[in-house]
Ligand binder design. Structure first.
Ligand code: TK8
Length: 339
């Protein structure tokens, strides 16, 4: 069965005893135990960040809160975790924003290809009004958005051949995140996209059911995709944020002091996680080369061709997802570029 998530929340005997024995600073904090789902491995920056979050929360709650971190999709893939947060069987979870479009389609603006040139631009949008507007749409879906962490810029891998031109995408069977924008992007590039949960990906590549996939370098490293993929193309075709969410059912049981401990910890551990991911990304390329991956880059000319090919997808979804919101995103990016 799914664990007893909130201990003594209704003011049971245990709980009362513990509360009374608390120090003056943590008097309003109840003893609680909850699960945090992390999609990637324990040594990936998402996992390390999850452990940092646990450490901060347990310290700032004076040991009243106990966070049990589950790594590597142990509690299910992103979609499953999002469902479990909605129903309240999991309290906290970090997932990519892309599968969330099933609930809030506007998160799809981050799936538009070649929007961000660098992490600084992504930070500005995520931590600015656009990011906030999207978080505000979550409570209607029984979710609370506590902040954005970083998955990162995605790069293509495959087991067949070097991919360095638009032409090279033709016919490649590529796993995509279950997300309409991703699907359309890879169709526009001439590939043969197959949506699939991340948790099934390694096996699908190992058995050659699919030829390739795309993910940030740190994930390609930590999930050991180099064992089943020989070619890496530095496409940086889109940036995926992680979103740190709480189950609304769980959240609504907390008092303000308790909420603040969790909210602050998401931000503090998130700063650490973004920095770490950026550091690790720099090291990942060398690591993957040492593991034998053949690395390709796109010339400026090919990059232009690729951007031309996906432009209709950007136009289509800018309309569908809300032109005003997309415009606001571009305005915020422009502001950073002008600095
Ligand atoms: C892990 C996923 C993963 C994502 C994907 O749970 O599905 O490819 O990039 O990192 O969130």
């Amino acid at each position: 069965g799914l664990l007893i998530s909130v201990i003594g929340c209704g003011g049971g005997q245990n709980n009362n005893t513990t509360v009374q024995s608390g120090t003056s600073e943590n008097k309003g904090i109840s003893e609680r135990k909850f699960k945090l789902s992390v999609g990637l491995t324990e040594d990936h920056p998402e996992g390390v960040g999850g452990k940092k979050f646990k450490e901060i929360v347990e310290k700032n709650s004076g040991g009243k809160f106990q966070v049990n971190v589950y790594f590597n999709n142990q509690l299910g893939d992103d979609k499953k975790v999002s469902d479990s947060l909605q129903s309240g069987t999991v309290e906290l979870g970090i997932i990519s924003t892309s599968p969330l479009t099933a609930s809030v389609k506007e998160f799809g603006i981050f799936d538009l290809p070649f929007i961000f040139n660098n992490e600084k631009e992504a930070d500005a949008v995520l931590d600015g009004t656009v990011g906030k507007t999207l978080l505000d749409k979550l409570p209607a879906h029984n979710l609370i958005g506590l902040g954005y962490w970083e998955n990162g810029f995605r790069n293509l891998t495959n087991s067949k051949k070097p991919v360095a031109t638009l032409e090279d995408f033709k016919g490649l069977k590529i796993r995509t995140i279950p997300n309409q924008v991703h699907l359309d992007v890879f169709k526009a590039l001439g590939a043969n996209p197959t949506p699939m949960p991340f948790s099934e990906l390694f096996t699908a590549m190992e058995s050659k059911t699919i030829d390739g996939q795309e993910n940030p370098l740190t994930a390609i490293q930590s999930s050991k995709f180099y064992e089943v993929q020989s070619h890496l193309s530095l496409s940086k075709h889109l940036y995926t944020p992680f979103i740190f969410m709480a189950s609304k059912k769980f959240w609504d049981k907390l008092n303000d002091q308790e909420k603040k401990i969790l909210q602050d910890a998401v931000i503090e551990a998130g700063k650490f996680q973004r920095e770490l991911n950026r550091e690790e990304t720099k090291k990942s390329l060398e690591y993957l080369k040492n593991k034998g991956m053949q690395v390709s880059e796109f010339s400026n000319e090919e990059t232009k061709k690729i951007q031309e090919a996906v432009k209709p997808v950007i136009d289509k979804y800018s309309k569908e997802l809300g032109e005003e919101l997309v415009k606001k995103m571009f305005d915020e990016i422009q502001k950073v570029r002008g600095e």
